[in-house]
Ligand binder design. Structure first.
Ligand SMILES: Cc1cc2nc3c(=O)[nH]c(=O)nc-3n(C[C@H](O)[C@H](O)[C@H](O)COP(=O)(O)OP(=O)(O)OC[C@H]3O[C@@H](n4cnc5c(N)ncnc54)[C@H](O)[C@@H]3O)c2cc1C
Ligand SMILES: Cc1cnn(-c2ccc(OCc3ccccc3)c(C(=O)O)c2)c1-c1ccc(Cl)c(F)c1
Length: 430
């Protein structure tokens, strides 16, 4: 069925640059409001392409992200294809597995397939008669004076496009954001962390999941960490996080087995020694970057959302959830301020920057803590204490992860508490 909307002749044109997770969701939001939406995505249509290489294969979707999907009627579609993870499963060096619940019964996070999520959101955007998806359109540059955008098409031709509003959803290395860097009073920081990641697949055993499926499996080994999220085809996608220096030390199949024997022995038979040796060298380890910037807008013309505005390290599992929440918050402000871009854009920056910066800082803090302190004992200890305190003082002590993943409140108040802890942490000279 097509979503017919009010006549679009008088409605403004919104150009969404980037057809990834946030761009595709944003297209649904703007189309639902009756704007003429044009999405420009540099890649080919992934619904026709075979594989999407180089991106994490599955992701954890939590409450914040679900609320944003719900607003455009996509929650049930996505949740129905997600696998609930009610608890973490902490793998100790001796092979012991210890479950720790994420919260009460209804509080779980979902493992969702990235490519499928992107396809579902693109198709949802396309159901609106006032949406057009333009694939193989790579933004080369845009003018802050005229708002004219220049795209490079697959046939090598250049196309110039105008729009009433430009929404930069083109990811951590955003081309839209380049023009912001030339503006006075634009703040920008980018940090690559010394860790990289690579993904391995854990196949089913006799047609069944190799491990218990409704868990976020975690192997915390201080410097090294591995996680495994379940997929609908009964495989797990394992993500190994390790400093690039260490990746460089492991160059032969035997060294891979030796490394896993030392840190993740229980995973060897589950992934399979031969598959491990092969998959480990399939793709080079990918880098992880943290990008923070402000403001998120440029006059009444352009606004950044998702990783284009705030790329976070994945040690909190909240990057996509924060980007989805950007769409929800922007939409709420559009209602409050009657779609007046000259008022909506600055208000979006005022409301959203503190929360997104808090999530970026929390993710980096988690990374620093996990790589220096967190082995299985410490992980279990921390989570038992967090959960115990939450049980005896439910409204006073809410674990940060619980707050970020299950409670729809602005992170800033927590952030101030967190900031206090952080200053203690640093002044203790940990
Ligand atoms: C290893 C890893 C694990 C992660 N795990 C989680 C998790 O568990 N939970 C979670 O919430 N988040 C997770 N994330 C974060 C999540 O992947 C990102 O936050 C999310 O993909 C951001 O979506 P986006 O649409 O803003 O950017 P992207 O997904 O990067 O999409 C940007 C799109 O813009 C297109 N594009 C780029 N440049 C141009 C251009 N010049 N012109 C036109 N199009 C362009 C790209 O092709 C792409 O389609 C993880 C990230 C990594 C790296
Ligand atoms: C993909 C995804 C979704 N959520 N999380 C996540 C992140 C951190 C967490 O705790 C931090 C902590 C544990 C123990 C002590 C201090 C802090 C928890 C938790 O509480 O279970 C869950 C991840 C994730 C991503 C990468 C790594 Cl390496 C990882 F382990 C998990």
């Amino acid at each position: 069925s097509t979503n017919d909307s009010k006549s679009t002749s008088k409605k403004k044109v919104v150009a969404v640059v980037g057809g990834g997770l946030v761009g595709a969701l944003n297209a649904c939001y703007f189309a639902k409001r009756g704007f003429q939406v044009e999405v420009f995505e540099s890649r080919e249509d992934i619904r026709q392409a075979k594989i999407v290489k180089g991106r994490s294969i599955n992701l954890a979707l939590s409450h914040r992200g679900r609320q944003a999907l719900k607003q455009v009627g996509m929650e049930d579609t996505i949740v129905s294809k997600g696998i609930p993870m009610h608890s973490r499963m902490i793998h100790s060096l001796n092979g012991t597995q210890s479950p720790i619940p994420y919260g009460k019964k209804g509080q779980y996070i979902l493992s969702v397939d990235r490519a499928n999520l992107n396809k579902e959101l693109l198709s949802a955007a396309e159901t609106y008669s006032n949406t057009k998806l333009n694939f193989a359109h790579k933004l080369l540059n845009w003018s802050t004076e005229t708002g004219a955008m220049t795209f490079l098409r697959a046939d090598g031709a250049k196309e110039e496009i105008q729009a009433d509003l430009i929404v930069g959803c083109d990811g951590a290395f955003s081309a839209i954001r380049k023009q912001f860097l030339r503006q006075s009073r634009f703040n920008f920081s980018q940090t690559y962390i010394p860790h990289g990641y690579l993904e391995l697949t854990m196949p089913p055993i006799n047609g069944e999941f190799a491990m218990k499926p409704n868990y976020l499996h975690i192997w915390p080994r201080n410097t090294f960490m591995m996680i495994a999220l379940p997929n609908l085809d009964k495989t797990f996608t394992c993500t190994l996080f390790m400093p690039f220096d260490e990746f460089e030390n492991v160059t032969t199949g035997d060294q891979v087995i030796e490394f896993f024997q030392k840190y993740f022995p229980d995973a060897i038979p589950l992934i399979g020694a031969d598959a491990l040796k092969r998959d480990y060298f399939c793709l080079p380890a990918q880098a992880m970057v943290s990008v923070k910037c402000s403001p998120y807008h440029l006059s009444d013309k352009c606004v950044l959302m998702g990783d284009a505005a705030h790329a976070v390290v994945p040690f909190y599992g909240q990057g996509m959830n924060a980007g989805f929440e950007d769409c929800l918050v922007f939409n709420e402000i559009m209602d409050q301020l009657n779609e007046d871009f000259s008022a909506v854009l600055p208000e979006y920056t005022r409301v959203r920057v503190p929360d997104d910066h808090a999530i970026a800082d929390l993710a980096m803090y988690n990374y620093v803590e996990m790589r220096s302190h967190v082995n299985s004992k410490w992980f279990l200890f921390r989570k038992y204490v967090d959960n115990f305190l939450h049980i005896i003082m439910p409204r006073t002590i809410i674990p940060l992860y619980t707050m970020a993943s299950f409670f729809v409140i602005h992170l800033t108040p927590i952030y101030s508490t967190f900031n206090m802890i952080l200053s203690l942490y640093y002044c203790e000279g940990f």
